[in-house]
Design a protein around this ligand. Structure first.
Ligand code: A3P
Length: 440
């Protein structure tokens, strides 16, 4: 069915006007096709993403705007409103040009998730696990020194981990910087070598941001220091120790979702730290899958996916399954008093009582600021290194302005559990029967 250009144009103009109002822009002219979104309307990259989400909601269609925002691996410099309209018209009226999954009705009946129109099987999972890069982490050995206690938030990506991190960062007894990506490597130079690609370079920023905060340094000073650590072949345990040095009594909290890709990485936490504490953050797989598709995370792992014939939804489901399985298997070796399961669904529906329970587990007093995650961006390290408003993994966090319980059930408009493979469904039941319910 052809969608009229005039209808699309009207919907997009309305979205842009609404956004201009909400961001209090200085631009006061009428919205026309010629208006440039950055140069004229003053949009930031976050406003761009907000616009695409709002257009999809307004048209009740998944458009797949990433191809409009990115050209040759780079974000575009600017776009006119007319270009957004053209792109949308094109996508809606020529689904073939839209590529994988684009321009489908958002409220479509559930579809099968894996390649070939079927649900994910045990064989798919087996094949997928082989694509995950094996980790060789030098053992610290039983007699080596251990750092003092730290806390790890363990979850697959897209599980609300940024929100939880920022809530935790609101407690003065805790220090929770953006993703550190340390535990996955033995040394700092190995980490640099692995993360130095266009796709993953921003993952190096968490340690920079953490040093800026603990030492009151500029981004350049922090980068320079890290470069020296890399050049000296410093181990990641020692670097963790440097971060902990300046914290006083505060506990370091590291949320890095990729740790859960490998049991070896998770085990490294016990090697590095004295009685570390673990928060297992769960989310319903359909919510995680939908979120993953919207953020198009597979572009972050192009090599891993090069030879695989899985849909993006299947990849997301298998990441959910493998990560949670690894976390649960790892939990078997950790005493229960050091383990705290909590679900994203429970956090957004009842933030206060869940943060109180969490503080009790961590042995720190509850702080009211934990449930106001949008206050004090600097202290919570949500402002980014160098203040650049870069498209980052935390983007969706910035699209909200408060803890939003509706975000936990939004997936129901697009997906259903029928789309999930048998193994995933079994794990959903296991998790749901535990302390943290994920079915809302
Ligand atoms: P959706 O994409 O389903 O909206 P992570 O930080 O682990 O990648 O998780 C991202 C998910 O957390 C996104 O889910 C995002 O919207 C959700 N999230 C971030 N901030 C939130 C908030 N203030 N309230 C509710 N959900 C939030």
């Amino acid at each position: 069915m052809t969608v009229e250009r005039s209808d699309i144009e009207a919907a997009i103009f309305e979205v842009v006007e609404e956004l201009l109002e909400s961001i209090d822009a200085e631009f006061e002219d009428d919205v026309t096709s010629d208006v440039m979104l950055i140069a004229d309307a003053g949009f930031s990259s976050i406003d761009f993403v907000q616009m695409t989400v709002m257009i999809e909601e307004s048209l009740n269609r998944k458009i797949g705007f990433q191809d409009m925002l990115m050209k040759d691996g780079q974000y575009v410099d600017d776009l006119s409103v007319g270009q957004v309209v053209d792109f949308t018209v094109d996508r809606l009226n020529s689904p073939a040009a839209a590529g994988n999954g684009a321009a489908e009705p958002t409220a479509a009946a559930p579809t099968a998730m894996a390649a070939g129109g079927r649900t994910v099987t045990a064989q798919d999972v087996e094949q997928f696990v082989k694509l995950i890069k094996p980790r060789k982490i030098a053992s610290a050995g039983g007699h080596a020194l251990k750092n003092r206690r730290a806390v790890f938030i363990l979850s697959p990506p897209r599980s609300g981990s940024t929100l939880l991190r920022v809530m935790v960062a609101g407690n003065p007894a805790l220090f929770a910087p953006p993703e550190l990506h340390l535990l996955s490597y033995a040394t700092m130079d190995e980490r640099r070598a692995d993360l130095s690609s266009d796709h993953s370079e921003q993952l190096l920023d968490g340690t920079v941001r953490a040093l800026m905060q603990t030492r009151d340094w500029t981004g350049d000073q922090a980068r320079q220091f890290i470069a020296e650590c890399e050049a000296n072949g410093m181990g990641t345990r020692e670097f963790f120790g440097i971060l902990q040095e300046n914290l006083g009594d505060r506990l370091l909290v590291d949320k890095t979702p990729t740790y859960a890709f490998s049991l070896d990485i998770l085990r490294q936490a016990e090697e590095y730290f004295e009685d570390p504490l673990y928060i297992h953050l769960t989310r319903h797989p359909c919510g995680m899958i939908r979120s993953y598709e919207e953020s198009n995370l597979t572009r972050m792992m192009p090599l891993m996916m090069k030879n695989a014939d899985f849909s993006m939804a299947a990849v997301a489901e298998m990441i959910w399954l493998v990560s949670n399985r690894n976390i649960l298997e790892f939990s078997q070796s950790v005493p229960s008093e050091r383990w705290f399961p909590v679900s994203y669904e429970n956090i957004v529906n009842d933030p206060e009582s869940n943060m109180r329970r969490l503080c009790e587990f961590l042995g720190v007093p509850y702080a009211e600021d934990m449930i106001n995650p949008y206050s004090d961006r600097k202290a919570r390290m949500t402002d980014g290194v160098d203040n650049a408003s870069k498209m980052s993994g935390d983007l969706k966090f910035h699209l909200h302005s408060q803890i939003d319980p509706a975000a936990a059930t939004r997936w129901r408009q697009f997906c259903s559990e029928d789309m999930l493979g048998q193994e995933t469904l079994e794990l959903v039941s296991t998790l749901d029967a535990g302390a943290a319910s994920i079915r809302v």
